[in-house]
Each structure stands twice: as structure tokens, then as C-alpha cells.
Design a protein around this ligand. Structure first.
Ligand code: NAD
Length: 435
């Protein structure tokens, strides 16, 4: 135990990804290559960021693993579920994110990561045709099968701990229904009654993970753990949950750029964001019901940064539009355009254009690593329920909306929350100083 009571990161850490597509395989391959000293985990806060700790003469800047006991990359064992049977090597090759030279050196390890059968319902992602799917009669059966998978994986790989990370396709939009999602008892009853309308497969993964002692992270915008029933479960089993939706490209830019307008008191009349992408994620999001889930998540970013109630002259009725267009030639190399219509002194209009030629999975992979390592850390620190300090990594950060909590979307406020959580878990004092 360290001085603030965090348990050490002893033994193997199992990382089970739901989905073995572009993001997961880029994440896994990068970790394996880093372990061999053949790649650098660029973009990962846990591997690179330094934080100021201590006061006065004791003030110093340390890396995360010098402040808190993080799991070592060498101790990670990977496993996955997917609707398609391709192993991690085949899937990484098919995804065409990484070059052959960055995959081949870890081929032997990747080939061994063969996806377990998915808990899947085609109604939640119509464009997927894979047949590596569990044959479950009810949602409750799905939960039981997934629990067995986690137990078997843990045993077979001699893992001390497991974290489950959803990096699977975005499901169709499931609005929160108080009657089903409001309490744990109602959620369990709905699973047993096989209520397929309100219980998404992702909820079965989350329920199975938490009841098997594994923190659960939602990397897509799915409702899944963003419901009071799952918060209740996380509190009951005393495990952390985090979500939703990796904050990678356009929304990262938005949550970092919008504060510029806010702090300079410039007005906003409209923000139009559009992008083209051609990977399987783009294919799934081409389906309107799946895009709706993403749209809700992407739209939420500005509202808590540029708040009309606080600055009615500047931020009332700005028009915020988000578009994703499936365009196969670009594959994983997403291009995003932002057109921002602002106004200044005496209301005179101006425009800002941002054109981000990014790589979706290259941006998402370090977030996977950070979310996994920090969720595992939080569990060992005895933190449970919604982990708000992980908002930094997420497009649509979870918060208790039943208590009128407001999400924190401003990247720099999120960064302060992240640093302070690390400081506290390291036995140092939190503070608000900017550095
Ligand atoms: N890359 C980014 O920048 C980014 C940012 C935010 C969120 N995301 C989200 O991350 C997720 C993964 O993205 P990707 O590019 O890897 O997509 P992908 O399509 O390459 O991979 C997703 C995989 O999930 C599998 N899958 C779908 N439903 C499943 C289920 N119920 N159980 C098991 N497997 C299932 C699919 O078969 C597919 O192989 C998507 O939901 C995407 O919206 C990605």
C-alpha cells in the first residue's frame, strides 16, 4: 500500500476488449510493440505526462507511475470478444491502420488473441454480418455466458485483476427509461424478462464485468453504464465505471478550442462540424439509429462550456450541427472540418475554420491504455461509481444527472480533475494552480 492506501499493482492485469476492430487492435499492437521497445506510446498521459506535486522546497514534477502504483505494461494480458472470428493479427491487418512493419514483430502474440463469441443482437448494429455470436435465449443468459468467459479468461491467464473495455461498434440509441434503467432491481428484472428493447447487449457486458469484479469502461457513446441502475451496481460492488465515447479528434479540438471563445468573451452564432471516414465504425454510423447515439454525444460538448444562461448576449441560440459521412476511400484516416461563426465588438461577424486530418484509431489507442490503467488504479484505490476524473478522455462524460450534476467538458478543467485525482491517490494535496 502507498501512503494514501492504494493497493500495489501486483500480478497480471487482464484487459478484455469488447470488439476486436480498428481501435482495439491498434491499442493492443501498440502496447505489445512498446513492450518490445519497438514503438513509443505517444499520446498516452500515463506514459508521458508529468504532474507537479508537493509544496515549497518539496515541489517536483513526476510521471504518473512515480506518484501512484500503475500496472506495468509487461503485466497486461489481452483478450477480446467479437462478432467476427478474425484473430487480432488478421483484424489489425484488415483494419489497415498500422503498416505491416508495425504489426509483424508481434504477430506471434497477436495470432493468439482469438475473440470469444460475442453477446450480440443484430437489431443493435444492423450492418454487421459476423457469426462469431453466442446463442443466448435471453439477455440474462448473455450475462451468465459473459460471466463465465471472464472467469475462464482470468483463470487461464492467471490474472490478479481484469478490466473490461468496450471498443465495439456504436449501438442504436437507447433512451433512458426510468422504469427499466432507474434501479438495479428493475434492470435485473428486465434482463430476466428478456426485454430486448431496453437492454442493449452492451449492458450485459457491463453487468457481467462489474459482478465479476472488473471495472467497466464505455468507449462508444452507448447508454450502457450511463443509467442509475448501473451506478447502483457499481456502488454495490464497489467498482469504478467510466464513459462515454473516446474523446479523440474533432471533439478534442472542440473542447480545447471553445474555452478560447469563452475566456475572451467572444460570441458564437454557429458551429458546424462535419467529417468523412471510411472504416467499419463509419459504416455502422451510416445507419441513422446508430448515428443518433453518436450525435447526442458529440452535441453535448459545447453546452457546458459556452453556457447561454451565464452569457446570454454571447451564447444564446447558437446553432450547433454535427455530421458524420461514411466515405470508404479514407478508411481510418478521418478528415474533420469545423466552421465556427463567431462575433466580436458590436456584433461584427468573423469565421474560424479548422481542418483536422487525423487518424481515428491512432488517437483512440492511447486513450484505451490510459482509461484501462487508470480504472485499474482507481479500483485499487477503493474508488467506485462514476469516475469523473476520467472525463478528460471522454466526449460525453458521465455525471449524476438525477442530482442535476453538470458534466465538465472544458478540456482544461478536465485536466485539473485528472491531475488532482492522481495527486490525491499519490497522497499529495489537490490544487488549482495552472502549469
Ligand atoms: N476511433 C475513434 O476515434 C473513436 C472515438 C470515439 C469512439 N469510438 C468508438 O469506438 C468503437 C470502436 O471503433 P472501431 O473503429 O474500432 O470500430 P470497428 O468497427 O473497427 O470495431 C468494432 C468491432 O466491434 C465488434 N462488435 C460490435 N458489436 C459487438 C458486440 N456486441 N460484442 C462484441 N463485438 C462487437 C464489431 O464486429 C467490430 O469488429 C466504436 O463504437 C466507435 O464509435 C472510436
Amino acid at each position: 500500500m502507498n501512503k494514501s492506501g492504494v493497493k500495489p499493482a501486483e500480478g497480471k492485469l487482464g484487459v478484455l476488449t469488447v470488439g476486436l476492430g480498428a481501435v482495439s487492435t491498434t491499442f493492443i499492437t501498440g502496447v505489445l510493440m512498446t513492450r518490445k521497445g519497438l514503438a513509443k506510446p505517444v499520446g498516452s498521459m500515463t506514459q508521458y505526462d508529468i504532474i507537479r506535486v508537493g509544496e515549497g522546497e518539496d515541489e517536483k514534477y513526476l510521471k504518473y507511475n512515480q506518484i501512484v502504483p500503475l500496472a506495468n505494461l509487461n503485466d497486461i494480458v489481452f483478450g477480446a470478444w467479437d462478432v467476427y472470428p478474425a484473430n487480432a493479427y488478421e483484424s489489425a491487418t484488415n483494419a489497415e491502420v498500422l503498416k505491416e512493419k508495425d504489426i509483424e514483430p508481434v504477430k506471434d502474440e497477436l495470432v493468439k488473441i482469438v475473440p470469444m463469441k460475442a453477446a450480440f443482437d443484430k437489431n443493435y448494429a444492423k450492418r454487421l454480418e459476423g457469426n462469431n455470436v453466442k446463442d443466448c435465449k435471453t439477455r440474462w443468459d448473455m450475462v451468465q455466458e459473459l460471466k463465465k468467459d471472464i472467469q475462464n479468461f482470468k483463470k487461464a491467464n492467471n490474472c490478479a485483476r481484469v478490466v473490461v473495455l468496450w471498443a465495439a461498434s456504436t449501438e442504436v440509441y437507447v433512451p433512458v427509461d426510468e422504469k427499466v434503467h432507474g434501479t438495479l432491481a428493475a434492470l435485473e428484472a428486465a434482463m430476466k424478462a428478456d426485454d430486448r428493447e431496453h437492454i442493449a447487449p452492451s449492458m450485459c457486458y457491463a453487468y457481467a464485468a462489474l459482478t465479476e469484479g472488473a471495472p467497466f469502461i464505455m468507449g462508444a457513446p452507448n447508454t450502457t453504464v450511463d443509467i442509475p441502475a448501473m451506478w447502483e451496481l457499481a456502488e454495490k460492488v464497489k467498482l469504478p465505471i467510466a464513459g462515454k465515447d473516446f474523446k479523440t479528434g474533432q471533439t478534442l479540438v472542440k473542447s480545447g478550442f471553445a474555452p478560447i471563445l469563452g475566456v475572451r468573451c467572444l460570441g458564437l452564432s454557429g458551429w458546424f462540424s462535419t467529417n468523412i471516414l471510411g472504416n467499419r465504425d463509419g459504416l455502422v454510423l451510416d445507419e441513422p439509429a446508430n448515428f443518433r447515439t453518436k450525435e447526442v454525444s458529440k452535441l453535448s460538448t459545447l453546452e457546458s462550456i459556452l453556457v447561454p444562461e451565464k452569457q446570454p448576449d454571447l451564447y444564446t441560440d447558437y446553432y450547433h450541427k454535427v455530421r458524420i459521412n461514411y466515405y470508404p476511400p479514407r478508411n481510418d484516416n478521418k478528415e474533420g472540418w469545423d466552421n465556427i461563426d463567431i462575433f466580436g465588438w458590436m456584433g461584427y461577424p468573423m469565421q474560424i475554420k479548422i481542418n483536422f486530418l487525423c487518424r481515428d484509431s491512432i488517437l483512440a489507442a492511447p486513450l484505451c491504455l490510459d482509461l484501462v490503467l487508470l480504472s485499474d488504479l482507481a479500483a485499487r484505490a477503493g474508488r467506485y461509481g462514476i469516475q469523473r476524473f476520467l472525463s478528460f478522455f471522454l466526449k460525453s462524460p458521465m455525471h449524476d444527472y438525477t442530482k442535476n450534476e453538470v458534466p465538465v467538458n472544458n478540456l482544461f478543467e478536465q485536466y485539473v480533475m485528472l491531475k488532482n485525482a492522481i495527486r490525491e491517490m499519490g497522497g499529495y494535496k489537490a490544487d488549482q494552480r495552472i502549469d
